[in-house]
Design a protein around this ligand. Sequence first.
Ligand SMILES: NC(=O)c1ccc[n+]([C@@H]2O[C@H](COP(=O)([O-])OP(=O)(O)OC[C@H]3O[C@@H](n4cnc5c(N)ncnc54)[C@H](OP(=O)(O)O)[C@@H]3O)[C@@H](O)[C@H]2O)c1
Length: 206
Amino acid sequence: MLCAAGLAMVGGTITEELHSPMSDLFSLQGRSALITGGSRGIGRMIATGFLRQGARVYISARKAQACLETAKELSALGTCVALPHDVSTVEGAHALAAAYREHESSLDILVNNAGAAWGEDFDTYPEKGWDKVVDLNMNAIAPGAFASEMNKDARDNAEFVASRIPAGRIGVEDDMAGAAIYLASRAGDYVVGATLVVDGGVTHAR
Ligand SMILES: NC(=O)c1ccc[n+]([C@@H]2O[C@H](COP(=O)([O-])OP(=O)(O)OC[C@H]3O[C@@H](n4cnc5c(N)ncnc54)[C@H](OP(=O)(O)O)[C@@H]3O)[C@@H](O)[C@H]2O)c1
């Protein structure tokens, strides 16, 4: 309701696209997405959700076999292509971009999901590293506990981990896919530089 009232106030500037059917609001039909770390865990959850919404999906990971197998499985849902590369090196990132360009001439959605569970100290975090991420005008998702290879705690002790989460459970595929689809679809086109916390209330409970 609040949104509707706000839009009404700028009446004359509302574009045709804003009047498109609600059923299309979360559609990714016609959009292409590149998801690093898409072979398993959270990246795979996002890839699955994007495919269900009609996107063409490209997934990357270092282990080629696992990446190819995931792409093959997810191809049951739509176009899913494996582009195995190591994105921790500049060469690897360039190679991934080149491989992607063999399939597509433009990129609609980039999900920089591949990561390691460590970070640089705040005091020494390089500005160029920050700029590189933020200059891409990227929204971010801050996940809570999702079962994965990286988060073995959530995977192997889901009940115990859930006992410390206000929502009473760990995150599941639909939670992550829903957040990513929102940011990547027309529904999220006017959301810029935001961080969507998807953690079952952990941050707010602190
Ligand atoms: N799971 C959680 O609860 C949780 C919570 C907060 C944040 N996160 C963040 O969410 C992201 C995904 O985590 P996850 O739990 O899904 O981890 P995961 O299960 O370990 O999956 C990581 C994915 O990234 C790929 N990858 C790792 N290093 C790579 C590299 N150098 N180049 C290309 N691909 C690479 C892995 O494949 P290969 O090993 O084959 O390369 C795999 O597909 C990470 O950034 C993590 O920090 C996760």
